[in-house]
Design a binder for this molecule. Structure first.
Ligand SMILES: Cc1ncc(COP(=O)(O)O)c(C=O)c1O
Length: 408
C-alpha cells in the first residue's frame, strides 16, 4: 500500500496501549489493518448502535463518528431521504434547493435568537464564518476563544504552520476562571470582535456560567458566539442555549444535526448575519441538497419521537451504572458530563499515570466489545438499547478490574 502516514513515529514499536490511543486519534492513519491492535482501526460496517471491524468483531459504539450519529448508524429513514434527494441531482450550484429554505426555517424556529441561518459543510467552516461576521459587524479583529473550535488557522491549537500575525489575533482564556476573560479584554481593549466558546468540555455547565461570560463579553462591546457543534441537537433541540436559558449572538451547529452527513450552520441575529452580504463565504458544495435532506429528516425524527429525552434516559442509565462500578472498586475516577455525552475521568495528578489508566480502560473495554474513547467525551444514540447499556456495563466492569490491577 502506498499511503502517506503523517505520524509514522507513533507506530514504531507499537504496543496494544499505543495502538488504542493512536487509533482513536483522527489524525493517525494506520499502516496495516492487521497486527497487534486490540482497538479496531478499519470498520467493515456500522448499523444502529454497533460497528463491525474487518475481522468480524462487533462493538457497541460510543464514539459515533465524534458525535454526529445521533439516531444510530445507517439510519434507514435518513438514508432513504438522502437517496431520494440524490436521485434528483445533488450538485446544483449556483441554484438553490427548496431544502435550503426548509432547513434554515427549521433552524431559526428552534435555536433561541435565531433570526437567520446560513448553511455550510463542516464545523470549521461554521466557526470561521462566525468569526468573520463578528469582525465585520464590530470592526474589530481579535478573537477570544475556548475549547476546540476547528482546524483553521485562527483556531489552531498547535502553532506549527500558523503565521505569528494570525496567532496574535486569537487569545485563549480559562473557562473556569472568568478573571482570565476579564484580563484578556483588559489587555486588548476595544480590539475584541467576539468571544467564541464551546459551551462546556467534559463537565456540565455551572449555573449561570454562560450568562456571566455573555455579560462580560457584551460589556466590552464584543459578540458572544457559542460553538454548539457537539451540544447541538443532542442536549436539547434548541442547543445548550435552550437548556440553560442563554442566548448567543451567533451559534454554530453541525454533527448531530444530520446524523453523520456533512453539513453545518451558523444561526443568529439578523443584523450580524446580514454582514454575509459584505463578504464572500461560499463553496462549490454548500448548496448540495442531500445533506440538507439528511438534516431535515434527522431533526424531525428527534422532534417527533422525543429523541433527545431518550438520549438523556439511556445516557443516565449508563452513567449511573458506571458510577456504581467505579465506586465498588474505589478507583480514583469520576463519571462526568451530560447523559447524552458522558465520560469517565481518571482523577490522578500524574498525567502519565492518568493516560495509562484511561488507555487501559479503553483497550480493555474494546477487547470486551465496547468502543469508548480514552480522551474524548463519548456519545449515545437513539439506537442504544437497555441491552446495549447492560452489555457495556459488563464490559466496563472487566475493564475497570484491569485498571485496578494497574494501580497495584
Ligand atoms: C466544538 C467543535 N467545534 C468545531 C469543530 C470542528 O468541526 P469539523 O471537524 O466539522 O470541522 C468540532 C469538531 O470536532 C467541535 O467538536
Amino acid at each position: 500500500m502506498n499511503v502517506f502516514y503523517p505520524h509514522d513515529d507513533v507506530w514504531q514499536g507499537r504496543s496494544v496501549e499505543s495502538d488504542a490511543r493512536a487509533a482513536t486519534r483522527a489524525d493517525i492513519v494506520s499502516p496495516t489493518p492487521e497486527g497487534n491492535s486490540t482497538f479496531p482501526r478499519y470498520f467493515a460496517k456500522a448499523s444502529g448502535s454497533h460497528i463491525w471491524d474487518i475481522d468480524g468483531n462487533s462493538y457497541v459504539d460510543y464514539n459515533l463518528g465524534y458525535g454526529p450519529v445521533v439516531l444510530g448508524h445507517a439510519d434507514r429513514r435518513v438514508t432513504e431521504a438522502v437517496t431520494a434527494e440524490l436521485a434528483n441531482g445533488n450538485c446544483i450550484a449556483p441554484l438553490w434547493s427548496k431544502r435550503q429554505s426548509e432547513l434554515t426555517a427549521t433552524l431559526t424556529s428552534l435555536i433561541p435568537g435565531g433570526e437567520l441561518a446560513y448553511l455550510l459543510k463542516t464545523g470549521s467552516d461554521a466557526t470561521s464564518t462566525a468569526v468573520r461576521l463578528s469582525r465585520i459587524f464590530t470592526g474589530r479583529q481579535k478573537v477570544i476563544r475556548w475549547g476546540y473550535n476547528g482546524w483553521h488557522d485562527w483556531a489552531a491549537g498547535n502553532p506549527t504552520g500558523i503565521p505569528d500575525a494570525t496567532r496574535a489575533e486569537t487569545i485563549l482564556f480559562d473557562y473556569w476562571d472568568l478573571v482570565s476573560l476579564e484580563n484578556a479584554f483588559a489587555q486588548n481593549a476595544e480590539q475584541v470582535a467576539c468571544v467564541l466558546i464551546m459551551p462546556f468540555g467534559d463537565e456540565i455547565v455551572p449555573d449561570g456560567h454562560l450568562q456571566e461570560i455573555r455579560r462580560i463579553t457584551h460589556s466590552h462591546g464584543a459578540l458572544f458566539i457559542l460553538d454548539e457543534m457537539r451540544s447541538g441537537f443532542r442536549i436539547n433541540l434548541g442547543g445548550i442555549q435552550k437548556h440553560v436559558g442563554v442566548q448567543a449572538d451567533l451559534s454554530t451547529f453541525s454533527k448531530a444535526m444530520a446524523n453523520g452527513f456533512p453539513i453545518s450552520a451558523v444561526v443568529g441575529r439578523e443584523e450580524v448575519m446580514k454582514c454575509l452580504g459584505k463578504t464572500r463565504i461560499s463553496s462549490t458544495f454548500y448548496a448540495d441538497p442531500a445533506p440538507m435532506a439528511a438534516a431535515l429528516t434527522t431533526i424531525s425524527i428527534l422532534r417527533d419521537s422525543e429523541g433527545i429525552e431518550y438520549l438523556w434516559r439511556v445516557g443516565t442509565m449508563f452513567q449511573e451504572g458506571l458510577a456504581k462500578l467505579v465506586e465498588a472498586r474505589r478507583l480514583p475516577a469520576e463519571v462526568v458530563g451530560y447523559p447524552p455525552m458522558p465520560f469517565l475521568r481518571f482523577n490522578v495528578p500524574d498525567s502519565a499515570t492518568r493516560e495509562a489508566m484511561s488507555t487501559r480502560f479503553a483497550v480493555e473495554a474494546a477487547r470486551r466489545g465496547v468502543l469508548l474513547h480514552p480522551e474524548h467525551q463519548w456519545f449515545v444514540s437513539m439506537a442504544h438499547t437497555a441491552e446495549d447499556i447492560q452489555l457495556s456495563l459488563d464490559a466496563c466492569a472487566g475493564a475497570l478490574d484491569c485498571v485496578a490491577d494497574l494501580m497495584e
